[in-house]
Design a protein. Sequence first.
Length: 314
Amino acid sequence: MRGFEPLAKGDKVELVMPSSACTEEEYNNCVEYIHQLGLVAKYRKYSELVSQEEILYSNTPLYRADHLYDALTANDSKAVWDVKGGYGSAKLLASLKARKKPDKAKLFIGFSDATILLNFLVNNWQIACIHGPLLFQLPAKVTEESAEIIKEIIFGKVRQIEIAGLEVLNTTARNYTGNISSSIIGGCLSLVQSLIGTDEFPQVKGKILFLEDIGEAGARIDRMLDHLSRVGVFDKLKAVLLGNFMESNSSGSPKAIEVNKAISNLANLLDEKNIPLLQSLRLGHTKDIVPLPFGTKAILTLGKQPKLQVATGI
């Protein structure tokens, strides 16, 4: 797996919008935020980047694929940061697969709809990525701590992320002693499920599968997890790590109760397969988001104080 170089003051960061469009004000705020970090934003004009005719996503699939590939292969920049999630990154896969793998790995940050791209970069081009905050979320739409963590990663101040206090969700995880060494793959559950039956589905054998989502009803989560199970995805894993499913589901509400039931069903299923299931509510769609590196060495420690340690990719 190819890692990335840490950024330094004055380095260029490419702003891309491979899914839905943000507002022009949000886009301008993204540019300003990059400059506040002491970096140089490399970006296209909003009027060029966003097509008013493409109401489902920011621009045509070919335009978005060209822009992303240009950003990943440009010699004068060191990172690519996804501005906005939403919908549409899967439309880029056919075009990206036909292109030459970039000669050099470059830091890529994003999540949500960028699940598609994170998995593609790890599996197809062997580029380690960061499942982390979208640029339009920074700094005001995440906590100060979350914003600080991503800064520490991109500037190379930390080489490993540690997530302590993982919640143990099944008997297998509760009784497991020792460490699980692997790497992490996955992302937004609905996006991972959408890849089933395609050659873009992530290579999960021997991996820690990470899953999270936002605003999904318990029945939909249960159905998606059942689909993963019926095609054998869970049979190949070392562990499953869940993120936050509750950002739009108030604790104690009927919807939240149904979500917890779906997770309980998954816990029972994974017990039958002797696969540990754990969760951190700081992963995924939450203001308190902790960046999660994909494709790098990860050590999951079980026992009395379960924790996850993941190399950043530097």
